[in-house]
Design a protein around this ligand. Structure first.
Ligand code: APR
Length: 293
């Protein structure tokens, strides 16, 4: 197994464009429940409770269930784990050019040591407005508010960020904690000063992903020389197609996951290990390789 990781490390150098797609498996060691597999979220809750259709038709019931979900499964404060840290370090060292995450837990940002929540909400707001103004300059697309050019590795939150809420009328984003507290105290559904209903700033089943983010993620995927799919069952689109799209445009595709995925057959390297083992090892191989010159 070890040599498979060496094979991946050999493809990764500072000139290579390296993109990592992550899923719930990278946050599992931090205690965040995964969605599938034993004891997954969908063993405790029904996806149907959290569809966009339900949010629109029954916002009060949606919010009551969402508070229960947030409390039961995402209640405590989670910390990034060694896998998040290894990716953040690879980004800082110039070995990783973008993180595309399906996770809404914000742990990649914590590991990349991005500013506090409110700041994230404001920056997401600005990025969103920039995207809406059609200002395609170098402003990051919505859902990626890592300012371009900060030298930080862009983190594209394909499914949004559960730490934020967004008003469905005026579009303003807010830190979610106070709003979830209000909802937990019976203010259902919580509403914005403008009268609009708040929605968790995540992509719900049946809801379109923000076009700008998907477009940017797809471009990064196609430009990649090495594409790593980490801790994802690769069953939910559009992420599930990204590894194949990367491979189709010449990238070396590596999958790091405890269980098999439907994309394993299309990958160059499949590494069946815990992310907290695999990613720190990959990082140390890169550091060693760099020293080795
Ligand atoms: N190390 C490596 N892999 C792990 C670990 C670990 N410590 N723990 C779990 N895994 C693997 C599991 O084997 C599983 O294949 O991570 C994968 C997690 O898969 P899912 O729970 O399906 O999560 P994900 O792929 O992110 O789901 C995609 O589905 O419900 C929607 O919107 C939700 O973003 C989510 C999307």
């Amino acid at each position: 197994d070890g040599d498979r990781l060496e094979r991946l490390a050999a493809e990764i150098d500072r000139d290579a464009t390296v993109v990592a797609l992550t899923g719930a498996g990278i946050s599992a060691p931090s205690g965040v429940p995964t969605f599938r597999g034993e004891d997954g979220v969908w063993e405790h809750f029904d996806e149907g409770q959290f569809t966009y259709g339900r949010f629109r038709s029954d916002p009060e019931g949606f919010w009551a269930d969402r508070v229960a979900l947030q409390r039961e499964l995402f209640g405590e404060e989670y910390e990034p784990n060694a896998a998040h840290e290894a990716l953040a370090a690879m980004g800082r060292d110039g070995y990783l050019d973008a993180v595309l995450t399906q996770n809404t837990d914000g742990l990649h940002r914590d590991a990349a040591d991005v500013a506090d929540r409110a700041d994230v909400a404001d920056r997401a707001d600005r990025a969103d407005r920039a995207a809406e103004d059609g200002n395609r300059g170098d402003d990051p697309g919505a859902g990626d508010d890592t300012p371009a050019g900060t030298g930080q590795t862009p983190i594209l939150e394909l499914h949004g960020n559960a730490r934020r809420v967004r008003c469905t009328d005026c579009g303003r984003r807010r830190d979610g904690d106070p709003i979830f507290d209000r909802a937990a105290d019976g203010d259902l559904p919580p509403t914005c000063d403008c009268g609009g209903i708040y929605k968790p700033d995540v992509v719900l089943f049946g809801e379109q992903l923000p076009g700008a983010v998907v477009q940017r993620a797809r471009t990064l995927t196609r430009d990649s020389d090495v594409f790593l799919a980490i801790g994802s069952s690769l069953v939910v689109e559009p992420a599930a197609s990204f590894p194949r799209e990367a491979g189709a445009t010449g990238a070396t595709v590596g999958i790091v996951n405890l269980e098999s995925t439907p994309v394993d057959g299309a990958a160059d390297v499949v590494y069946r290990d815990d992310v907290t083992e695999a990613l720190p090892r990959l990082r140390s191989l890169l550091e060693r390789g760099a020293d080795g010159g």
